[in-house]
Structure formats: C-alpha cells, structure tokens
Design a protein around this ligand. Structure first.
Ligand code: XMP
Length: 518
C-alpha cells in the first residue's frame, strides 16, 4: 500500500469535499501525496514512512455517535501532523481539548488575524489574511500544550499549534484557492516542518516510468484502448516508448465523437503520425447506430454504448492474438473515487466505456498513470511532446454525444450536434474564451418547436449550449459567456445547421442539474 520511492505526505481522509485538493496542493510543492481513508490502520500509515500527515475536513461532528476518528498514537508518532477543519477539531478532541457548536456558523471568505507571526506556517504572510471557512463547530478549549496562532471575529482558535510535538491545526481550508496564502501555508508545512526536499517532478516521471515499464514488460505484447482523451493518449505514448511495436492501440470510433475527432486522433497516432505505433482504427459507427435506434432511456443508452464498445474491442483483441498486458488510463481520482484510496467513494463514480472486462487473455493490467492527477497527466503529456491541442482538451465522456442527444440517437441528430458543437467551439476560441469554461458543448434537446425562416413555417429542433466552471466536476456553475458571443453562435447555428430553429443557453448549476444532459 502507498509504496513509492518518493518522499510522501499522507492525507487522511475524513470525507470532506475538498480532500483531493489537499493532495493536489501538496503535490504542487513537488511532494508526493497519497489519500487514505481514516479507517486505514495506523500501522499501515506508519509503514509508508510518511514525512508528514494531514487530517482533512469532514462532514461529522467529533462528538456525534460513530463520528470518524483516529487513534491518539497518531499524534505521538513523531511525524508532523496538520489538521484541517474537522481534522483540527479532531486533533483537539483526541488530545484533551474541547469542541462545541459555534454560536455562529462561519462560511466563505473570512478575515483571519494572525496572533503569532513567527509561527513557521505563517512566514511571509501579513495579518490580517483571507481564508476560506466552512464549519459549524469550533475549538472551544485547547488541548494541553497548544497555543492559538490565529483567530477570526467568531472563532477564537482559527489556527493552533504545539511546536514541540510538531502538531498544527487550522480551522480554515488552506487547500481552497479562496484562502489567499493557503498554498504558501501548505508549502511551509511540507517543506519547512516535514523537511521534504521536493522530489516529485513530472519531468523525470516519464523517463522513470518508461524504464520501469521496460523492465516489467520485457518482450511481452501490450494492448491499449485509445480513446484520444488525454489519459489514454499519455498512457499509450509511455507504453510505446517502453515497448515499441509490441504495443497495439485500438481506437474505436463509435460515431458519437465530436466533429472530425476520429480523424484528429488518427492523424496524431496513425501511420502518418509522430509515434511509430501499431494503430487500429475501427469504424464501428453503423453498429452503434443500429443498436441505439429507438432507445431513449438514458441509462439504457449508456449501457448499450458501453457493451458495444467492449464487443468491438474484444473482436479486435482476438484478431491480434495472445496479449500479455492490457493498458488502462486510470488516474488517481479514479482510484480514490472507486474506494481504493480515500473516503469519498460514495459521491459519484464515472466510468469510461474503456472500463474493460477480463475476457482478453492477458496476464496483467498496466496502469502507468494511477498515481497522477489530471493536471500532472497533462504535464507528462506535454513533456512527451503530445500536441497541446490534445493534451489540454476538455474532458469528453466515454458515451460521447450519445448522452448529449436527449432521447433516441439517429445519424441526423449526431450530425446536428457535431456541427453545432464545432461552431460553438470555434466561436469560443475566436473570442479567446475557450479556457474560460472548464467544459462546454452543444447538445440536442429532443424538443421540436415552431419557427419561421424566410416566409416559411419551420418545425425543428432546439439546440442547447452549456458551459460550466468547476474545480472537480462534482459541482459546477454556469460560465457567464458574453451575450454577443452567444448571439454569434446562435446566428451561425441557425444559418449553418439544418433542422435547428432555436438555441437555448443552459444556466443551471450542478446540483441540481448534472454537467451532461443524460
Ligand atoms: P455529470 O454529467 O455527471 O458529469 O455532471 C461530470 C463529469 O464527468 C463526465 N462524464 C463521464 N466521463 N464516462 C466518462 O469518462 C462517462 O460515462 C461520463 N459521464 C459523465 C462529464 O463529461 C463531466 O466532465
């Protein structure tokens, strides 16, 4: 568990919503950081030989029956510990302090007064400073040995520490970007308190991984389902550098890709591309359309697309013959969200249609990116020379346009969405807004309405534009695109795409909506 040759800071997850962010911020300090559930035995944590431990926030109250907890020994292991929000309260509670319901809940950006500017965590940070608060309970009595290092108007112990024992606690969330100097505070913890030198860097990740893959796979045969998304592309290039022609990449074009996407993937990875890969493009559009005909129930559509993908892949794998290894583009959030790492398993888990079964005759699954966050995968991709256009692209769901066409899928509808979406993307790029939204697309509502074009009555489809800003794709807000851009997109779609006579702009946040339509 958690074995790495790198210095490691361990995040103990109590179920808070920002927990992956804690690990990301630590990694931004060039320090490897893994997330583990609070249920992980202390011995397993200590066996990983961490340089520091961070206790995250969480939804519980420390005094609620069955509340998530940790053992007292954690704090006497000699390893520096930083508690955040619930983690801070728990540290106090376990070590003999008191936590009670605060007279006033604190939520949002809050002014924090630093009482001990010499505290190692506040070096170079002027008081007052702005921090992100989100708590109902607060520390009402310090545990023996601690002193207050910062407070707010409503929270007398916003930061506390016991320097002798290397124990630190913040009631606020340094991992949230709204905490102005949160990254600096975490950097002080991992570098100055834990003494990490910062040996986690993406530029040598690629070389080290390629060497390790070479050694592991030797002359074995490797198969990769390449979707053209950033994760599978980076995984494929790493493998190709390690095993060369012993790698075969299968790209299944299910006819539900964005406009020209299949050709773009082939251009990069196919026989005229920069990588000397065995690349197989399977044009399976027709069989997907046949299976999807008349099906309008969203989950049924997802299942059909997933199953059919697997069937196509299976057929190709059989043609290739005995394969030793199967490559998956699993990344760290997939590992955490599927319950193998932290505590956040139950929120939502998404599957790529590339979630492949064990029908192929292979010895092992190879997941070279399973320790990385998306932004780290992107850095590796750029380092490997994969075109920026591909590396920086927005997430695209495995079931593709199938879940952006509300109701049953037909070839005509796919064409409408592809063309509308291409116009939307083009205009966003022209306006310099393509990075303003974390994900944006055009979808086809299943709604037909009456319109007038020229002097003629029309009865045509309504296209919906959606653009969202999000940190983790679990919650999202509408991205406010200027009206002139929206109007240009609307005009072009109406004029250039047949059978569309209305364009909507979806301003719903998630929740209550989801990012995709289905
Ligand atoms: P929702 O619609 O649940 O989407 O708000 C959240 C994020 O996940 C993506 N998504 C998927 N990705 N396979 C994927 O690989 C899927 O089945 C899938 N469904 C949704 C979606 O595009 C958004 O980024």
């Amino acid at each position: 568990m958690g074995n790495t040759q790198h210095e490691q800071v361990v995040v103990i997850d109590f179920g808070g919503q920002y927990n992956q962010l804690v690990a990301r911020r630590v990694r931004e300090c060039s320090v490897y950081c893994g997330i583990y559930s609070y249920r992980t035995p202390l011995k397993d944590i200590l066996d990983m030989n961490p340089k520091g431990i961070i206790l995250t926030g969480g939804p519980d109250s420390v005094y609620a029956p069955g509340a998530a907890s940790c053992s007292k020994e954690l704090f006497s292991s000699g390893i520096p510990v930083l508690g955040l929000c619930y983690g801070a309260q728990l540290m106090m509670h376990v070590l003999g302090g008191e936590v009670t319901r605060a007279p006033e809940r604190e939520y949002g950006k809050t002014e924090v007064m630093i009482d001990e500017p010499k505290s190692a965590l506040f070096q170079g940070i002027d008081s007052p400073t702005i921090c992100w608060m989100s708590h109902n309970d607060y520390i009402s009595k310090l545990a023996p040995g601690f002193r207050v290092t910062a407070h707010t108007k409503n929270c007398p112990a916003a930061a506390v520490e016991d320097e002798q024992r290397n124990l630190y606690a913040f009631q606020f969330h340094p991992e949230v970007l709204h905490t102005k100097y949160g990254s600096a505070m975490l950097q002080h913890f991992v570098r100055d308190i834990c003494g990490c030198s910062g040996d986690w860097r993406m530029d040598d990740f690629a070389e080290k991984t390629i060497a390790a893959l070479k050694e592991k796979i030797g002359g074995g045969k490797v198969l990769c389902a390449l979707s053209g998304g950033v994760d599978s592309s980076v995984a494929a290039v790493l493998l190709s550098r390690a095993v060369g022609k012993n790698l075969t990449c299968v790209f299944v074009d299910h006819g539900l890709l964005r406009k020209n996407e299949g050709d773009m993937v082939e251009e990069v990875f196919g026989k005229n591309g920069a990588y000397d890969l065995n690349f197989i493009r399977v044009n399976a559009q027709h069989r997907f359309y046949v299976r999807l005909a008349g099906v309008d129930e969203p989950e049924r559509k997802r299942k059909i697309i997933g199953e059919e993908f697997i069937r196509v892949f299976e057929e190709e794998a059989k043609k290739i013959g005995a394969v030793d290894y199967l490559v998956q583009g699993t990344i760290y959030p997939d590992v955490v969200e599927s319950g193998l790492g932290g505590e956040s398993a139950t929120i939502k888990s998404h599957h790529n249609v590339g979630g492949l079964p064990d029908y192929v005759d292979f010895k092992e699954i190879v997941e070279p990116l399973r320790d990385l966050f998306k932004d780290e995968v992107r850095k590796v991709g750029l380092h490997l020379g994969i075109p920026e256009k591909l590396v920086m692209r927005q997430p695209f769901p495995g079931p593709g346009l199938g879940i952006r066409i509300v109701g049953d899928v037909t070839m005509d509808k796919v064409r409408i969405v592809q063309d509308s979406d291409a116009i939307f993307r083009e205009e966003m790029e022209k306006a310099g807004l393509d990075k303003a939204a974390d994900q944006y697309y055009a979808a086809l509502t299943n709604l037909r309405t009456v319109g007038v074009m020229g002097d003629e009555r029309t009865y045509d489809y309504a296209v919906a534009l959606r653009a969202v800003s999000t940190i983790d794709f679990m919650t999202a807000e509408v991205t406010e695109i200027p009206y002139d851009v929206l109007k240009t997109v609307m005009n072009r779609i109406i004029n250039e795409v047949d059978h569309v006579n209305r364009v909507f702009y979806d301003i719903t946040s998630k929740p209550p909506a989801t990012i995709e339509m289905e």
